[in-house]
Design a protein around this ligand. Structure first.
Ligand code: SAM
Ligand code: SF4
Length: 437
């Protein structure tokens, strides 16, 4: 009889991609996906370690699972992802309810670990075995059948920004073979995908050599654009230093590459960027944005900001505000610096909590005001929307415009999977509302 597996995904799109691939893998050992955590034979928590409280969130979630299964047979409990990688043995000691801890570069071993599961015998697998992982998944068909799908092309990071845990949890940079990525893209397209978002912690650092030829993300984008059924291409997250001219040129020539770049800068102060070990300056960042705009004036940007990095003075913070004024980001994420164990910035003197909160409020007000105004500028306009799905319990459809804004509108269910024109009637900070034009 088929067994049920439930995966709760925390964090970024890369974890979402990984969770889907875990579902694809465990199918061959008789597990099918369920959305009901309370009736699963196996519960996987796919965790994120990027900011603090992530570890506690995992223990809370396990508490919830325990409560749900109080009177019932206990499911196999798996902690996967970056918290698993960072905490491994500690987690098993602290929480005997956990059966398996598995790091993000060991997912190819998940079937074996589940198969050999025995009650009260905890297992841990946190090797950095990225090549074997992708070789394993290359032969397992990606079953995702969404209109908009993620496709991981690169993992890990060699940049070691002083605040960031990624090089420790995802390991060194690895780029998947060019042809394997295209093969997976073809599978997704056959499954009905119309938009692919290429993923990587440093997606634009993608570099794969074959017969002494280097393949970069620009080659992938141009190759993907040749598939007629594929309508849109995006990528995330990119690093400013890897925004090379070949990639910038795609914005001139490639009609399927969407005119929206998520390009995190973290701070508008060169002093802070240096302390963070970001390896780029504010001027270089602005220069890159200007180059892209010159090649395609329609392109819009978004960014990530870390507020109150140790050493950030009010002048440094004001530099970040000035940058926001200059580059009118249409959507951004901002976080107060969170010390991560094992990183260089972990032991540095923290900025007062109240000051940090004030700074975060101030920057978010400016970012969100701009975001709202930008969205308002769409009111009365007709935008092109790739229709992704029907909204549950509502006679409405959901899709995204070119700039990745969510659009909710009245339309025809037959339009799912198509790019259609939508007239925007009203907007708020995060969403555009309208009707099919
Ligand atoms: N590779 C991307 C880059 O270099 O721009 C960023 C990827 S990181 C997984 C996602 C975002 O999390 C970062 O851009 C940063 O703003 C935020 N972040 C990472 N570490 C953080 C920390 N210790 N405290 C607060 N925010 C953090
Ligand atoms: Fe983390 Fe991005 Fe810096 Fe790499 S480049 S260490 S993923 S913030």
């Amino acid at each position: 009889m088929e067994k049920k597996i439930f995966i709760k995904t925390f964090g970024c799109q890369m974890n979402e991609y990984d969770s889907n691939r875990i579902y694809d893998s465990v199918k061959s050992i008789g597990f099918i996906k369920t959305d009901d955590q309370k009736n699963a034979d196996c519960v996987v928590l796919n965790t994120c370690h990027i900011r603090d409280k992530s570890k506690e969130k995992v223990y809370h979630e396990i508490g919830r699972v325990k409560k749900n299964y109080k009177q019932k047979h206990k499911p196999i409990v798996v902690v996967a992802g970056c918290v698993a990688q960072a905490e491994n043995q500690e987690m098993l000691k602290r929480e005997p309810y956990i059966d398996i801890v598995i790091g993000p570069q060991s997912y190819h071993k998940i079937n074996e670990l589940i198969k050999k599961f025995e009650p009260h015998r905890q297992e841990e697998e946190t090797e950095f075995d990225t090549i074997s992982k992708f070789e394993y998944f290359d032969v397992i068909k990606n079953k995702t059948n969404k209109i908009s799908s993620f496709l991981t092309i690169q993992e890990g990071c060699d940049k070691f920004c002083h605040f960031c845990v990624v090089p420790f949890t995802r390991g060194p940079e690895y780029s998947r073979p060019f042809k394997k990525i295209l093969y997976e893209a073809e599978t997704l397209i056959k499954n009905g995908t119309k938009e692919i978002t290429l993923l990587g912690q440093n997606v634009n650092a993608y570099s794969f050599f074959e017969n002494s030829k280097e393949y970069r993300i620009s080659n992938l984008i141009n190759e993907l654009a040749k598939y007629s059924e594929l309508k849109r291409i995006r990528y995330t997250t990119s690093h400013p230093r890897d925004m090379t001219d070949d990639l910038i040129d795609c914005y001139a020539n490639n009609k399927k590459l969407m005119p929206f770049v998520h390009l995190p800068i973290q701070s508008g102060s060169n002093k802070i960027l240096k302390l963070m070990n970001r390896k780029h300056t504010v001027e270089e960042y602005i220069n890159t944005c200007e180059k892209i705009k010159k090649i395609n004036a329609k392109v819009e940007f978004s960014s990530d900001f870390i507020i109150s990095y140790p050493g950030e003075t009010s002048d440094d913070f004001n530099d970040t505000l000035s940058l926001i004024k200059k580059i009118k980001f249409i959507n951004s994420y901002s976080f107060i610096f969170s010390p991560r164990p094992g990183t260089k910035a972990a032991g540095l003197n923290m900025i007062d909590k109240e000051i940090s909160k004030e700074r975060l409020n101030e920057i978010q007000k400016k970012l969100f005001d701009h975001q709202k105004n930008k969205n308002k500028s769409f009111e009365g306009e007709i935008v092109e929307v790739l229709v992704e799905n029907k909204i549950k319990n509502q006679p409405k459809l959901f899709g995204r415009n070119k700039f990745n804004n969510s659009v909710i509108f009245s339309g025809n269910n037959n339009d799912i999977g198509k790019i259609i024109k939508v007239k925007i009637k009203s907007t708020n900070q995060n969403t555009l509302f309208g009707e099919a034009a």
